[in-house]
Design a protein. Sequence first.
Length: 550
Amino acid sequence: MRRLKKRIGDILTETGLVTPEQIDFALSVKEPDEKLGDTLIRIGYVTENQVMEALELQLGVKKITLSDYNLNESILRLISEDYARDNLVVPVAFEEGKLIVAVADPLNYYVVDDLRLVTGYNVKLVMASRSEIETAISRYYGINRSLDQIILNYNENNNEEGGNEADDTPLIRLVNQLLLSAVKQNASDIHIDPQESEVIVRFRVDGVLGIEKRFPKIMEKQLISRFKIISSLDITENRRPQDGRIKMVIENTQMDLRVSTLPTVNGEKIVLRLLNLKNSLSSLNKLGLNEMSYKKLQKLIQHPNGIILVSGPTGSGKSSSLYACLNELNHEDVNIITVEDPVELQIKGINQVQVNPDIGLTFANGLRTILRQDPNIIMIGEIRDTETAQIAVRASLTGHLVFSTIHTNDSIGTVTRLVDMGIDPFLVASSLSGVVAQRLVRRTCRECGEWKEATIREKELFESVGLHIDKVFTPKGCPMCNFKGYSGRIAIFEILDINEEIRSIINNNGTEQDIKRAAIRNGTKFLIQDGFEKVIQGITTTEEVLRVTD
């Protein structure tokens, strides 16, 4: 095979995807062990798909989609798992006497010689995306082989509990591979669902649940026990719900796992919430706020006192927004104390209190104690009852800036919710500084999709909120997004600034419609408007915005 010893920078420059100046900048910000192509993708000069198309054109290495192939166990055995992971290669099939091997980096000129020696076959390279190859390695090497070994041991021993030493190694490997696969896919939750005749493992990726793996029923007790062990839960208790938490490193990534068990008629269901500690602490400018909303929120959090509430359903990113606000205000001359359930992220310089109802440490009791600790800023994990709301109001009226979350549908509904909880309207008007309502929508995949003419229905929807649209970005689905058309999520916001006009309306027991009209006069952008603006920019789709706002 003739080796074309070209560099990725030269190839991308020749194809016109990047300029020499962009190459120079990428080289200046490249991490020590990072490849130039990965740097260019990370900083947004090119997409992974564009790089692969350029390499296919220049090198003649065919680009494939791994999901089109049914990977065979006998072929996979030709390459060890360690070699596959180290070199990001996967054997795919035999063709005309040659072993077809998918690689992530066709510029690794020595991999063909290595593979010929390792496998004993002549090798033909094809190209697949890095994410596809990593997923395939985890799924076919780790999970499938561990599962086969566990079932083999079970059949030999006829022991459903599977607690002997022989089962330990493959079971641990299987669970580790499930966790690794979840991290690779940026899953936020793992669901272990016992069914009548099988066990289903589902991942929640970008807010949507999907089946990752199906296991035979004999795996149920072993899987549940292993997850309980790593979560420090009682493996002998299966009649009552349990909650656990553990920090662990998965593929050099520090993860925080919150675990919940629930007895069901088919067995114990387990849900693991995954929090990436490296990426979880955000800043205001990374939340996805438009310029006007960013300035409005910046102004709100600079108030010396008052209550700022973040509203939205579970999983809408409220905690991330609160942490971003606290991170912005976290200085040496400020005493910040939080009371949370649970403490999701520990922040240096902030005093965080974990709620513990078993010993009487509730939100309300914790808040009373916090007020004797000379705080400047207080964060309450959630306002759940009237008592907590009343103490929060008193704290804000005595010179404290209070942050909290509340479960309401929009920013205006938060005002009436506080009144319904028994807080006098004049106290709500005096204490409330602003409300941030938010939702998470899926981002369109940058690697696939095209601009299409907006439908008549879409044009009517946009015109109804004062916006105009001609074209919408429609994702098609590709290997990079697992053929879903979406990759990652971004928040849409609605920020209600409680100005003097709105305070007067609240004082006079005005309706939600009265407050809404005043908010419109004040230039408030509502959730659907912010979402539709992101549709115009091609960041998300109309369907996504309607899914979370209807």
